[in-house]
Design a protein around this ligand. Structure first.
Ligand code: ZN
Length: 74
């Protein structure tokens, strides 16, 4: 019998933390790396204060995943 696996965000104690940062699409400058999307939003807001014409941003997120035995119940 084949075991089914489900790919899920790895939230086990030893898993790497979620990391995210924001990049300005106008000038390519990146904000500080944080564990919360709110950090990136605050950086973008302060960047916009200094550069009022920099309106477009890209969020970069690194999130660990792990295959776990069993199917996802829905
Ligand atoms: Zn910029």
């Amino acid at each position: 019998m084949v075991t089914d696996y489900s790919l899920l965000p790895d939230e086990s104690p030893g898993a790497a933390a979620v990391r995210c940062y924001m990049e300005c699409r106008s000038c390519g400058v990146c904000g500080v790396m944080g564990e919360d999307a709110l950090d990136g939003a605050e950086w973008a807001a302060s960047h916009l204060e200094r550069h009022p014409d920099h309106l477009a941003y890209r969020e970069h997120v690194t999130r660990p995943y792990r295959f776990l035995p069993g199917e996802v119940s829905s």
